[in-house]
Write a protein that binds this ligand. Structure first.
Ligand code: NAP
Length: 256
C-alpha cells in the first residue's frame, strides 16, 4: 500500500534520468500513482526513451508551457490516459545561459529575462489553470524552487524568476484553497541535472553545500527531493498550502 495509491499525476520536466521530474515519477509510481509525464521540443525523443526506464512506462505528452495551443489541448490529451488528476508536478525552468545567468545580471536583456520569467514562474499559473478542469475533486500542485530569499553566485535572473515563482505559488494557494487544491514548493539544494550544468559558475555552490549542511548533501541524489515532492502530492500534508519545504540538508538554516 503506497501513499499515492489510486492517485493520478501529471509530472512535467522529464528530460533525462537525472531530471528531478524523473525521480518524482519513479517514486510516485512506487507509491502507487498512475503517472503521465511531459516535456517539450527537441528533447521529447529522449523523454520517450527515458520513460522506459521507469517502473511502469508512462504516456508521454508534448507540453511547451509557453505554447497556448499546447495548454488549451492539455485537458483533452490527458483524458486519453486518465479520467482526472489528483496532482501536478511543475518541474520546469529555463534561462538563456549566455545572457541571464553566470554573472550577467547587469547586462541581461529584457527579452531573455521575460522569456525566463514566462517559462519558470508564470507557467506555474498557466499549467495549473490548464489542469484545473481535471481536478474537480481537489488535489495538489507542487513546484521546484531554489531559495529566492537571497542572492546567489551565477543564478542571476533565474533567482528573480524563482522569487516570482514563489510568490505565484502563494497567490495560487490563496485562490485555489477553496477548491481543495493545495499549492506548495520544494526548495532543493544543488543537484547535478542538465539545468544546473548549464549555469556557468553554479558548481561553486555545489562544493560548499555539503560542508555547510548539517545533514550533508549529495548533489547526485534526487531521491530526497523526490520523496518530499511525493509527500506533498499525497494526503500527508492535508492542511499545508502556500508553503516552501526545504530539502537542502539544512543549509538554509545555518548562518555560517
Ligand atoms: P532538468 O532536468 O533540466 O529539468 C528542467 C525541465 O524544464 C526540462 O525538462 C526542460 O526541458 C523543461 N523546460 C524548459 N523549458 C520548457 C518549456 N518552455 N516548456 C516545458 N518544459 C520546459 O533540470 P532539473 O534540475 O530537474 O529542474 C527541474 C526544476 O527544479 C526546475 O524548476 C529547476 O529550477 C528546479 N531546481 C533545480 C535545482 C538543481 O540544482 N538542479 C535546485 C533547485 C530547484 P528541456 O530539457 O527539453 O529543455
Amino acid at each position: 500500500m503506497g501513499i499515492l495509491d489510486g492517485r493520478r499525476l501529471l509530472v512535467t520536466g522529464v528530460t533525462h534520468d537525472t531530471s528531478i521530474g524523473f525521480a518524482v515519477a519513479r517514486v510516485a509510481q512506487q507509491e502507487g500513482a498512475t503517472v503521465v509525464i511531459s516535456n517539450f521540443g527537441r528533447a521529447l525523443g529522449i523523454t520517450r526513451r527515458i520513460a522506459g526506464r521507469l517502473p511502469a512506462e508512462p504516456p508521454v505528452l508534448e507540453l511547451d508551457v509557453t505554447d497556448e495551443e499546447h495548454l488549451a489541448t492539455l485537458e483533452s490529451r490527458l483524458r486519453e490516459h486518465v479520467d482526472g488528476l489528483d496532482g501536478v508536478f511543475h518541474s520546469i525552468a529555463f534561462g538563456n545561459p549566455d545572457t541571464i545567468l553566470g554573472g550577467r545580471f547587469l547586462t541581461a536583456p529584457w527579452d531573455d529575462v521575460g522569456h525566463a520569467v514566462h517559462v519558470s514562474a508564470y507557467s506555474l499559473k498557466s499549467l495549473t489553470t490548464a489542469c484545473l478542469p481535471m481536478m474537480s475533486s481537489g488535489g495538489a500542485i507542487v513546484g521546484m524552487t531554489f531559495d529566492a530569499t537571497v542572492a546567489w553566485p551565477a543564478y542571476d535572473w533565474m533567482g528573480v524568476a524563482k522569487a516570482g515563482l514563489e510568490s505565484c505559488a502563494r497567490y495560487l494557494a490563496r485562490d485555489l484553497g477553496p477548491q481543495g487544491i493545495r499549492v506548495n514548493l520544494v526548495s532543493a539544494g544543488p543537484l547535478k541535472t542538465l539545468a544546473a550544468k548549464a549555469i556557468s559558475g553554479f558548481e561553486s555552490l555545489e562544493s560548499m553545500w555539503s560542508d555547510r549542511s548539517p545533514l550533508g548533501w549529495d548533489q547526485t541524489d534526487q531521491e530526497p527531493t523526490a520523496r518530499a515532492v511525493v509527500a506533498l502530492l499525497s494526503d500527508y500534508f492535508p492542511a499545508t498550502t502556500g508553503e516552501i519545504v526545504h530539502v537542502d540538508g539544512g543549509y538554509h538554516a545555518m548562518g555560517a
